[in-house]
Design a protein around this ligand. Structure first.
Ligand code: HEC
Ligand code: HEC
Length: 286
């Protein structure tokens, strides 16, 4: 596995780690009240803040673990200890400070798209299971602090274990990929552009995907183009002549077409085998 500078910094930053440990010690001393009430919703204002080392019901943790493996481990590692593209959550200060999901839930729901973390559309109950798993992993990591141990991440050798034919079949069949992609069209030469984990990441969460937008003016005229800007007040596009145009959202109606969002939905559906097989297949598209 190639050396990951982010990880190296983390594992070498002993002071940060020590702080976390101290925070945890303080937390376990001062937050016992919360620890005794595992189901309390601590989002309210007077809840104690800080590191909470509490245990969650094992079935909730188990559920969180499988959701995590499905949705998050690709970036954050199977055990939440960090992967190729997501930070180690067991050493995350945000996780340390989180109380029953009051911080984690927002990150999961909104993502940090500009930093490479996609938003997830998960039910409250799924999020609280994820929260239980992440805290449990952090507590375990803290308990094991000082013990030498390798960290696990995404295993690059996993990328070579798929079956090309099964991948092709999934691509054209159950995966529905062929409705938007063609190996000789928009995916031609894919494996020459991306390799290994980068390819896997691009398949799971394509970066720089363009969305289309159709704006209908008050006059009834419609303009279609590539969406380049959108917030509550403004929508902007590049039209077919390459010109940037924007409107106040309250003056127009607009429809965004973002086919790449299919990838977010797909992400919840793949099994590990599907991913490995797809990777094997996509790696043949040179
Ligand atoms: C495509 C990669 C990717 C996936 C999938 C992903 N994350 Fe992240 N996540 C990131 C990145 C990158 C960051 C760091 C963003 C930053 O630097 O602010 C992050 C940050 C976080 C943070 C905040 C950590 C901190 O200290 O600020 C939490 C919590 C988190 N992710 C949880 C999750 C959970 C739970 C899932 C699954 C539901 C998930 N992530 C899926 C890439 C990912
Ligand atoms: C509803 C349409 C849709 C479906 C279904 C879909 N994708 Fe995509 N995919 C997109 C869009 C849109 C992009 C972004 C392309 C762009 O804007 O450059 C994309 C990007 C990609 C990329 C990156 C391409 C590149 O050149 O960087 C890969 C790889 C990919 N998809 C694989 C798949 C696979 C595998 C499946 C099926 C499991 C799938 N897609 C299903 C719409 C779709």
């Amino acid at each position: 596995m190639p050396a990951d500078p982010a990880k190296m910094t983390l594992s070498n930053s002993t002071p940060q780690w020590t702080l976390l440990f101290v925070a945890w010690l303080l937390g376990s001393v001062f937050c016992t009240a919360q620890a005794a009430a595992p189901n309390s919703q601590a989002a309210g204002g007077n809840a104690a803040r800080g590191a909470v080392s509490k245990s969650y019901p094992p079935d909730r943790v188990e559920k969180g673990k499988s959701l995590f493996r499905q949705n998050c481990s690709f970036c954050h590692g199977r055990d939440a200890t960090g992967g190729e593209s997501g930070p180690d959550l067991t050493r995350s200060r945000l996780v340390t400070e989180d109380v029953d999901g009051d911080k984690i839930a927002a990150v999961v729901r909104n993502g940090r798209p500009e930093k490479g973390m996609p938003p997830f559309n998960l039910a409250d109950d799924e999020i609280s299971s994820l929260v239980a798993f992440i805290h449990t992993q952090q507590n375990d990591a803290i308990a094991a602090a000082g013990r030498p141990g390798g960290r696990k991440g995404v295993d690059v050798s996993d990328l070579q274990t798929g079956n090309v034919e099964a991948g092709r079949k999934y691509f054209n069949g159950a995966g529905g990929c062929a409705s938007c992609h063609s190996p000789t069209g928009n995916l031609a030469g894919l494996a020459s552009r991306y390799q290994g984990l980068e390819l896997e990441e691009q398949m799971l969460y394509p970066k720089n995907a363009k969305s289309k937008v159709t704006v209908t003016l008050a006059s009834g005229q419609t303009i279609t183009g590539t969406l380049v800007y959108q917030d509550e007040f403004t929508v902007g596009l590049i039209d077919s002549s390459g010109t940037y145009r924007s409107w106040r959202t309250r003056d127009v109606r607009y429809n965004i077409y973002a086919p790449v969002n299919a990838h977010v939905t797909l992400f919840g559906k793949y099994t590990d085998d599907d991913i490995h097989n797809l990777m094997a297949y996509l790696q043949t598209l040179r």
